[in-house]
Design a protein around this ligand. Structure first.
Ligand code: NAG
Ligand code: NAG
Ligand code: NAG
Ligand code: NAG
Length: 483
């Protein structure tokens, strides 16, 4: 080396004399530092390894579960196949040549033939629904921060203000349909049938089978009468409606005064008018933003069903191959929305033990669900998914049902609000059977629902917004109040 770079222009010897110890210092410092870094890295690495060791078992459980799901899709998916990406990720594929000609106006595209899912997240989401209330209540509005001022206003169309500055006014509009606490509870029914409106209902005769369920959930203007009885049954317990359907509701409800109406979106002038003219109990759905999976009322009826029923059988959904039109059993075909996306997602849900699918192409099968993961496997996979998520998000190892409670409220035995209805009920409305649900004595509840309530220490869970997993509103009732 002839010339050192960055050498001071003069007094080389002197500066050299100074420099040597500095360089030695620097070298020492550098090696000390790298030792430190090394120590830090290896301890970090060791820590990581402990985490990995703990989670290895969970990853095994989930990988095993993924193979079960894959097998289930192969057996039941009518051509769909599952490709496992890792212990959580899974891709569902339609066979080559599947007709995807249904143009999606919203996304300006034809439907893809492949759909990726995070099975862990899906499991967390849908298992959560089993413990959830999906009905808007007074205690929820009271508990949620700005529940009345901001949230209540969002559920009223044409309020004339962006917020409920006049709480009395909002209370007056809502109280007709606002129960004090959940009128329906987790595990209230053993079996529920969710009946969609697909035209393929006419290809089968599921009527009696549907009616044998403890509760039947329908949507919008689906007619239930002798004409369709053998295809769709006659039992009517719940009906989820979008507000656009309000005007048609009166002739459709005729003769079923006890069928509970649940409004999916907003209450509205038309609706309040309609409500006054029918004796049926009416409520608002809680949790209306949907971010994943198939869109529409169908998915919401499944959520509603899962929040009250152990077993959810679905009929009349568009889940068979070969559709070219969106059909309804009671009217002409109309424009459809995402049939392939829906079919894939419902198939995934069936293989996660959330729903059981019934359709013309599955009607010939005997009722054998042995290839669907059973409750034990699902519970194990669910706990593993919770633990993995806790590690990933740096939370502690809480796997209990309250781990997602962001907001807590307590309701004492004497804090309970009035049951739904308003003082100026019309003649028809005076016979409304709100009390059947809202004043049901605890002892009359199904044993499983009572046990659940006790295990949950009298706590009701509500979603804060749409499908978000975390951020629950949790309201604890004193257990001896029995409500
Ligand atoms: C709030 O609304 C109620 C019910 O409509 C009404 O009687 C009252 O005058 C309103 N209060 C204000 C300050 O506007
Ligand atoms: C059943 O409902 C459909 C559609 O509303 C109607 O056309 C039909 O006449 C009804 N049948 C009976 C027996 O009421
Ligand atoms: C649901 O409730 C049961 C008690 O019935 C509880 O054991 C379970 O952990 C809860 N699951 C979730 C996901 O909250
Ligand atoms: C209200 O519900 C009760 C209990 O199910 C039932 O016996 C009664 O007939 C219903 N009343 C009306 C007006 O429908």
């Amino acid at each position: 080396m002839m010339k050192r770079p960055h050498q001071p222009p003069s007094g080389g010897g002197v500066s050299g004399g100074y420099r040597r110890p500095i360089i030695q210092y620097l070298l020492l410092a550098a090696s000390a530092f790298s030792l430190l870094v090394f120590a830090f890295q290896s301890s970090f690495f060791a820590g990581n390894q402990t985490i990995l060791a703990v989670n290895k078992q969970d990853i095994q459980i989930l990988s095993k579960f993924q193979s079960n799901v894959k097998q289930c899709v192969a057996n039941r998916g009518l051509g769909l196949t599952a490709k496992i990406i890792d212990h959580c990720k899974l891709v569902l594929k339609f066979p080559e040549g599947t007709d995807s000609r249904w143009f999606n106006k919203q996304f300006k595209s034809f439907e893809p033939l492949e759909y990726s899912y995070d099975v862990c997240e899906t499991l967390l989401l849908w298992e959560q629904y089993r413990n959830m209330s999906t009905i808007l209540t007074r205690e929820y509005l009271d508990a949620r921060p700005d529940g009345w001022l901001i949230y209540a206003a969002k559920r009223i169309a044409q309020l004339g203000a962006d917020k409920c500055y006049n709480r009395t006014l909002c209370d007056e509009i809502l109280k007709v349909i606002l129960p004090p606490d959940p009128p329906f509870r987790p595990r209230q029914f053993k079996t529920c049938a969710v009946v969609g409106n697909s035209g393929d209902l006419l290809k089968t005769e599921f009527g009696e089978e549907i009616d044998r369920h403890d509760a039947v959930i329908r949507d919008n203007e689906a007619p239930v009468n002798k004409t369709y009885a053998k295809h769709v049954g006659m039992k009517r317990d719940f009906r989820l409606v979008v507000r656009g359907g309000a005007r048609n509701m009166i002739p459709i409800l005729k003769g079923s005064d006890n069928e509970v109406l649940i409004i999916k979106s907003l209450t509205h002038r038309d609706f309040n008018e309609m409500i006054k003219r029918v004796p049926n109990p009416v409520y608002l759905f809680q949790g209306i933003v949907l971010r994943r999976g198939a869109k529409g009322t169908g998915m919401k009826t499944v959520e509603l069903a899962l929040s009250m029923c152990d077993i959810v059988d679905i009929y009349g959904f568009t889940v068979d191959p070969g559709y070219t039109q969106w059909t309804r059993y009671f009217s002409e075909p109309k424009d459809g929305h995402n049939p392939l996306q829906g079919r894939a997602y419902y198939q995934l849900l069936e293989c996660l033990g959330v729903i059981r699918i019934h359709s013309p192409m599955r009607a010939e099968r005997k009722l054998d669900w042995s290839d669907v993961p059973n409750r034990d496997m699902i519970n194990r996979a669910h706990r593993a998914a919770v633990r993995l998520k806790n590690v990933q998000t740096g939370q502690d190892s809480d796997v209990g049902p309250f781990r997602s409670c962001k907001v807590w409220a307590n309701v004492g035995p004497n804090d309970r609000g009035p049951i739904s209805g308003s003082p100026d009920m019309s003649g028809v409305r005076k016979n409304s059977n709100y009390s059947k649900w809202e004043a049901m004595p605890f002892e009359k509840l199904r044993k499983e629902a009572q046990d659940h309530y006790i295990q949950m220490e009298g706590t009701t869970l509500y979603k804060m917004d749409g499908n978000k997993l975390d951020d629950l509103v949790c309201v604890r009732h004193s257990l001896n109040s029995g409500s």
